[in-house]
Design a protein around this ligand. Sequence first.
Ligand code: 5AD
Length: 362
Amino acid sequence: MKTPFHKILSNKRLNKENIVKLLSATDSIERENIRQKAYSIKRKHLSKTVYLRGLIEYSNICSRNCLYCGVRAGNIDINRYQLPDKEVLEAVDYAWKNKFASIVIQSGERNDKEFIAKIDNLLKKIKQNTNNEIGITLSCGEQSEETYRRWFESGAHRYLLRIETTNEVLFNKIHPVNTEINFSKRLKSLELIRKSGYQTGTGVMIGLPFQTIDDLAEDLMFFKSFDIDMVGMGPYIECDNTPLSIYNNLLQPLNERFELSLLMISVLRILMKDINIASSTALQAIHPMGREKGLLAGANIIMPNVTPLKYRADYLLYKDKPGISEKCDSVKSRLENNIKLFDENIAYGLWGDSKHFSCKKK
Ligand code: 5AD
């Protein structure tokens, strides 16, 4: 006899009730069925391909005070850094020579003129140094329309800005909200990013205190209704020296947040067949094969960290962040082996743009 899950999984469209039901799966066979369905969709629409993005954690200097984040402005216990240009270009060179074909520049958020000009200048240099060959995703927070445009014109073509949660009440609980920083502004920023021409990405944290399955279902429905091109989402992991850690007693066990994150990836893949979904580093913080498991749940992007080793311990967004001391070459060969093991191919030398974005443009 078919389980209700099988029936839902064979539906052409998923409504909110269906999504809630799938995300509520606790039985390991049911969860595996959902993952297999998502993975078969990924194979059908995006083939056996995994794209790599070299992740550069450019700076942990941040003007924001997000209550969950280890590099929040108010944290006085960390060394602040900004990579010198030379080291950024060396990291890019590593990615380029190893045919990663794309990089992501992630940074604490700053809106001052110096920072904006610095990123602009770096984008131009990166393009020059790689014969325009490397693809660039930016993840540098909320900026003005003018800045988004400027950076786009200088060579960035994808932008990731996580909404963190689409429940505005929860958003207000995890951010210090004021007239400058609020949920509507975050939404507006996503619209500006899209309007400036970027492939637009967003994402959420999964397993936050106070977050419900209903919230997560709404998050997935938001990605669909906003017609997003890329998603990067992962488990919330408590970080000791942050205000949100007073609610650690409300959290689900880490392995449950992990399972729920895989389910979120799978249900999103079922909802949005041809978008890019990143298998986040936070998955690997919980399970050594976390990112690989994310691929089998329906993700198609992995972002190996190419930041110089000496800075990594200072970009601690959360507890036990992985890859603090692992050299790029060893991560690369481990990923290659694991990915080969389950019969997927790394697409070396290809940008790996969102197929969803390209189809929309046509
Ligand atoms: N757990 C998981 N993800 C986190 N981020 C920040 N702090 C945490 C945490 N404690 C994520 C946020 C942010 C990205 C840079 O890192 O989603 O957008």
